[in-house]
Design a protein around this ligand. Structure first.
Ligand SMILES: NC(=O)c1ccc[n+]([C@@H]2O[C@H](COP(=O)([O-])OP(=O)(O)OC[C@H]3O[C@@H](n4cnc5c(N)ncnc54)[C@H](O)[C@@H]3O)[C@@H](O)[C@H]2O)c1
Length: 320
């Protein structure tokens, strides 16, 4: 751990650089969690836009429960990037997705941020290895990849680059947890991280089907919102298929449906279903089940699907 910085639980001052859709969402999240947030963005009208975004998010945040002392008053607008990070204990960068811009901006942030303070980038596609090339102290830079809106969707994928030191990845993961996020700490850089890779696979298939006149966008959306999408909030794609194997779980599922991996259901090349992949899937599902039997998972899934369907119905039909 780095002796220059507070432990993640002691952090009070956060800087957000770039305050568009994602950066503004981070500002709202950190304010709701009781932090003092210093924000900077080069757009001349950024303060008004940012305050509108925070005001619009606040009712949802209040409903979820604000931290003690949480207030929009804790937002400080900085005149320069250097002012914004001068006394920060954590920095989140959310500038446009442009590699040259990120390289230059992260190097400037790194030069101006107090020694040892962890700097995180919201990038959805670049690896930190390619972004940290011009940084004077690259060891403290990580990716903290959020989902829109960052004040509602809990997930953050945390990963370092080749020149990031392990303590910075561990510190950032712990900080995001303390700050109320759900964290996946990745072992190494993977293009698209985890969730975007999965989203992209579905998106690609959807575009193929639309391009070939096989399905309309409305049919594609309905196929998820009226179908597997209702199970995913609870189980994710792996435990969903664990239950598709009945009492035999993932092992039966793979042995039964394994050959269809090669059927022309998808335009993505299928992986070889090796013994290693089969074992990894079965072991991983047992771990994810955390001791719950198939019957317990089925009962939990059914309750969750009903609750999600009722919640969606309530929102659509204006019920409380
Ligand atoms: N939109 C999403 O769903 C989403 C999800 C996850 C991650 N991200 C990532 O978050 C980052 C920001 O995306 P966004 O959707 O908020 O974009 P956006 O266009 O809404 O906001 C970008 C902001 O950065 C500001 N900016 C421009 N140049 C800058 C600079 N040199 N330094 C600092 N700020 C600068 C702009 O004025 C703007 O306010 C990107 O890296 C993107 O990949 C986006």
């Amino acid at each position: 751990m780095n002796e220059h910085i507070p432990s993640p639980a002691m952090v009070r001052r956060v800087a957000c650089i770039g305050t568009g859709v994602i950066g503004g969402g981070w500002v709202a999240h950190f304010l709701a969690r009781g932090y003092r947030v210093t924000a900077w963005d080069p757009a001349p009208d950024f303060e008004a836009k940012l305050r509108r975004l925070v005001d619009a998010a606040w009712p949802a945040l209040a409903e979820l429960g604000l931290a003690a002392g949480a207030s929009g008053q804790n937002l400080v607008i900085a005149a320069t990037l250097e002012d914004a990070v001068a006394d920060a204990e954590f920095v989140q960068e959310s500038a446009p997705e442009d590699l040259a811009l990120k390289r230059d901006l992260l190097a400037r942030i790194d030069a101006a941020t107090p020694v040892g303070v962890v700097i995180s980038s919201s990038t959805s596609g670049y690896g930190m290895t390619e972004m940290q090339v011009d940084c004077p102290t690259p060891q403290r830079l990580v990716v903290g990849h959020p989902f829109n809106p960052p004040y509602l969707i809990p997930l953050v994928e945390v990963v370092g680059g080749e020149r990031t030191e392990q303590w910075a990845v561990a510190w950032a993961s712990e900080f995001f947890e303390v700050a109320g996020k759900s964290v996946i700490t990745m072992q190494r850089e993977v293009p698209g991280f985890i969730a975007n890779r999965l989203q992209e696979a579905i998106w690609r298939e959807a575009l193929h089907m639309v391009a070939n006149g096989e399905a309309t966008p409305a049919q594609i959306d309905a196929s998820i919102t009226e179908g597997p999408g209702l199970r995913w909030p609870l189980l994710g794609p792996c435990l969903t298929f664990h239950l598709a194997g009945g009492e035999g779980g993932m092992a039966h599922m793979l042995d039964h449906f394994g050959p269809s991996l090669k059927s022309p259901w998808t335009r993505l090349a299928a992986p070889e279903l090796t013994d290693e992949l089969r074992d990894a899937m079965i072991k991983g599902c047992e771990e994810a089940a955390g001791g719950r039997s198939i019957a317990e998972l089925v009962a939990e899934r059914d309750r969750a699907v009903i609750a999600v369907m009722r919640a969606i119905d309530g929102v659509r039909n204006g019920k409380p």
